[in-house]
Design a protein around this ligand. Structure first.
Ligand code: KG4
Ligand code: ZN
Length: 347
């Protein structure tokens, strides 16, 4: 299946052209062309994403991104990429004004080229990005996939979700955050420390120069039996510590906060895998770009005799390749998402 995928749910305008072969239980993706146009510079002065600015930027960036992607793809006379089967566009979750720009753009292209347009779930995109991991081995024909059962941890700016997967298409959400998402906590703590937006990357950079054992921040819900998360108490603890200790080294605060957040994420993920007998762990979402998290979860998985899959860092933050994957699974399963922007949408 040849897919043109479009992602505009937040502050990245992304388009990718991918070929996915091999069927629903052993897909293999080839990325033929892709572009991610980041709006970070536009939103930085506001300290976060401004939805209407995001919408304006997507409108400007989409035709430019498409042109760039198409440079590598042979086209037909009307500009349509050769052998294009479907256009997949993110319909949610995300910022609705931003989502609409992608949806309208996709619909216009679909009409112009006479190609079907399907909706894609952004969270499914993150989840399936494990297929971009270097070690995402495909089972041989007729051989049972060794990738399952698996536990997927999605950690992004808006979500923190633990998913139990029995196969490529059978899954159940077993836990999520009760308040802030992991990425949101990174961004808010970064703001407290006067670091620029986007905060996650800045915390990671600063943490490398700090002592992660300097301050013992709380690890909310780490010992509860369920698989839910809570990051708002940790964020508040950092706020009070920072106010009460104005001379503390901010690198130590960043490192100690990061260690607390990672500790909880790893503890719950490994426990979920142990309880469900899963031998595979899939990590995804923007926070999965964090090298300390990748390293710690990978080490914990190895210690517990589990395999660990994570896409290269650039496919953890928002991109359109993951939307091609989400679109592929929707199409193969005949699951249809209406072409309407959905601020909230479950996985
Ligand atoms: O998946 P994503 O790009 O967008 C959403 O779907 O939300 O995730 C963005 C989130 C932001 O909160 C950002 O600060 C965080 O991912 N993030 C990181 C890192 N890179 C991005 N958090 C920690 N360390 C990083 N290196
Ligand atoms: Zn995302």
């Amino acid at each position: 299946m040849n897919i043109l995928a479009i992602e505009t749910s937040c502050d990245e305008t992304a388009i990718a052209f991918c070929a996915i072969r091999g069927g629903i239980h052993a897909p293999k993706i080839s990325i033929l062309s892709e572009v991610v146009a980041s709006q970070i510079d536009v939103h930085r002065e506001f300290g976060g994403v401004v939805p209407n600015l995001a919408k304006r930027e997507h409108t400007v960036n989409l035709p430019i991104a498409l042109e760039k992607v198409m440079k590598k793809i042979p086209r037909e006379k009307n500009g349509k990429p050769e052998k294009l089967d479907v256009i997949a566009v993110t319909v949610g979750p995300g910022l609705e004004p931003a989502l609409w720009t992608g949806i309208e753009f996709a619909k216009k292209l679909g009409k112009l080229w006479n190609v079907p347009v399907i909706g894609a779930n952004h969270l499914e995109g993150h989840l399936y990005s494990f297929l971009l991991a270097q070690s995402a081995a495909r089972p041989r024909k007729g051989q049972k996939s060794k990738l399952f059962p698996a536990i997927g941890l999605i950690v992004s700016g808006g979500h923190t979700i633990l998913v139990s997967m029995d196969s490529m298409i059978s899954r159940k959400v077993i836990g999520e955050t009760l308040d802030d998402a992991a990425g949101e906590a990174f961004d808010k703590v970064a703001r407290m420390l006067n670091l620029p937006y986007p905060g996650g990357v800045e915390i990671e950079k600063l943490a490398k120069t700090g002592n992660h054992t300097a301050i013992l921040f709380p690890r909310p819900l780490i010992h509860t039996k369920d698989y839910n998360f809570s990051f708002s108490g940790l964020k508040t603890a950092v706020l009070y510590y920072t106010k009460n200790n104005p001379s503390a080294k901010i690198a130590d605060i960043a490192a100690s906060f990061q260690a607390a957040a990672i500790d909880v994420l790893i503890h719950k993920t490994i426990r979920a895998a142990q309880a469900s007998g899963a031998k595979n762990i899939f990590l995804s979402g923007g926070v999965a770009a964090n090298s300390a998290l990748r390293k710690s979860l990978s080490g914990a998985a190895r210690k517990n005799n589990m395999r660990f899959f994570v896409a290269p860092a650039k496919y953890n933050t928002d991109n359109a390749v993951m939307i091609a994957l989400a679109g592929f699974f929707s199409r193969m399963r005949k699951k249809k998402y209406a072409l309407t922007a959905r601020g909230t949408l479950n996985i």
